[in-house]
Write a protein that binds this ligand. Sequence first.
Ligand code: MN
Length: 256
Amino acid sequence: MHILVTNDDGVMAAGLLALVQAMRQVGEVSVVAPDHNWSAGGHVKTLHRPLRVQSVTLDDGTVALANDGAPSDCVAMALMGIVEEPVDLVVSGINPNANLGHDVTYSGTVTAAMEAVIAGVPGIAFSLVSPDEHPEELDYGPAAEVAQEIVSTVVRAGLEKDLLLNVNVPYLQREQMNGFMVTRQGLRVYRDRLERRVDPRGRPYYWIGGEYPTGVPDEGTDFGAVMSGYVSITPLQLDLTAHRRVDQMRDWQWPM
Ligand code: MN
């Protein structure tokens, strides 16, 4: 079992190291991750500039590869040969913030796992549902334990190459969690606000600010599960077709 670990927060992030150490209990680990924070960077393929990779040493002595591309570039490059041995599973995280509902389209953590599936390797994204205002040092211990439990379960069930899981772990001690729930994507409610400011030369510039997003805690959804203290496991697919609409729209009177 050869597991590729990546993230979108940068190779030196504490959440990555916690995931590396958890995955080492399950299999052999390789690490290729961005050299800086790409959070909310979305699904990227860098084609307009060269990409560089350098070897770095993590806090526990693990040798990792740092890449100046996006998380999805890291996965694509690893699977195209930067990592020589065949990879059985790609895991991404542990992201310090939740990736729920619509977040998956922004999330570098999730799009790294999507890139794995595009390359024919199963991918799992792990995110911690930390409080909006959290201490500088988050405790990744319980989420790392959950990641190990999930990967062991998935391996036992049988890895399928189109498997893409978005996992969100509540910020609780392991024994305080209510269990694991397989969920569907819920609805995120964004509270972004555009802040217009003026630079010293009198030109306007903008910040996307506002409050942290919230969500609709419907039963059976990712948001609902984590709000009730469950680990949320959402199977995702890259086919975004609105299947319910296809037949209905074929009946519309389209021009000849
Ligand atoms: Mn991130």
